[in-house]
Design a binder for this molecule. Structure first.
Ligand SMILES: [Fe+2]
Ligand SMILES: [Fe+2]
Length: 125
């Protein structure tokens, strides 16, 4: 999946401007960390951009991000990318450097999943 396809998914599923900005911020930070670690910036950016795509349709931790995974697979996202997105959930296991970085960056850019549960609109501003 390329960046244009991923952005199309974000625009289709995420209406909140503040949530889109959060996802763009995570994408930007992930690209920076990929360069720092000598990893693939496109692949790291892609998971950052997509990681919360299903939050508005799956706004509980029982659903997000797990229930979004089948949609991403259907749209053609590589399984390794799906697994990294799944790994940012609070109880998920983070295995790769990309998994760990996504989790850290998600918190650094303003919210953890506690924020998600409460009032996402406020948390994302
Ligand atoms: Fe999330
Ligand atoms: Fe997030």
């Amino acid at each position: 999946m390329d960046r244009d396809q991923a952005w199309g998914i974000v625009c289709e599923f995420v209406k909140s401007d503040s949530l889109r900005k959060h996802m763009l911020s995570v994408e930007f930070a992930m690209r920076g960390y990929a360069q720092h670690y000598g990893e693939n910036a496109d692949s790291w950016g892609l998971v950052g951009l997509l990681h919360d795509f299903d939050w508005e349709i799956h706004p509980t931790l029982e659903q997000h991000p797990m229930d979004g995974a089948p949609i991403l697979r259907e749209r053609g996202l590589a399984e390794a990318d799906v697994q990294t997105i799944l790994s940012h959930g609070p109880l998920a296991e983070r295995v790769t450097l990309r998994d760990k970085t996504l989790h850290a960056v998600d918190e650094l850019t303003g919210l953890d999943h506690g924020g998600h549960v409460g009032a996402p609109e406020q948390e994302y501003q």
